[in-house]
Design a protein around this ligand. Sequence first.
Ligand SMILES: *Cc1c(COP(=O)(O)O)cnc(C)c1O
Length: 226
Amino acid sequence: MNVIENYKAVLLNIQKHCEEIKRNPDEIKLLAVSKTQPVTEIQKLYDFGVRDFGENKVQEMEEKAAVLPSDIRWHLIGSLQTNKVKYITGFVYLIHSADRTVLIDEIERCAAKSNRTISVLLQIRVASEETKHGCPPDEADQLLDYALSKKMITVSGCMTMASFTTDTNVLNREYQTFFKHIPKRIKDNPESIYSAGMTGDYLTAISNGANLVRVGTAIFGERHYT
Ligand SMILES: *Cc1c(COP(=O)(O)O)cnc(C)c1O
């Protein structure tokens, strides 16, 4: 398993796909999802030049950040419990999973304490599976209003997780729902981030408008759960 070769292969897939669908590949950010993977593998990618890594567990992200270079941009991509927010506001680069007002309150509180503005994505729920987090699509506007009322929070875009399926029709439908419900003020900002797509569906997500894809397995191989 060579993470650098895998990373390059994913980049190449993105590039070829962008040529086919007439999108500029430079618009697409590849986030290496390193959850459960050892720091040695992250370090290899870092040495190759990769700086953005995604984790879904607060404690794991903290432990890795403590031993890896300080210029890594850590993305928190998983569902976030309010009582864990305080552990990451000192160093997190982007929280992809802002999906409810109590969480936004807590991010604001901890951000003020850390004296750092925190960037977040509003996570919107489009999958029918009950386990998927996110705010209901028709409440995204309200959630944005709420987040914009906070001094220490910047809303950088939106995130979604589609159903775990290979059915392109289902994926397309869910991504269309996602993009349809992105608040106008986010769409109007050319810098906005649309975080969608994983190993199984990142090209489908890009076809639908994603500009940040979160890829773990295709880069690191199967996850090592302990
Ligand atoms: C694990 C995870 C990913 C990456 O999944 P792969 O299928 O391994 O690419 C992407 N997004 C979120 C929110 C995740 O938890």
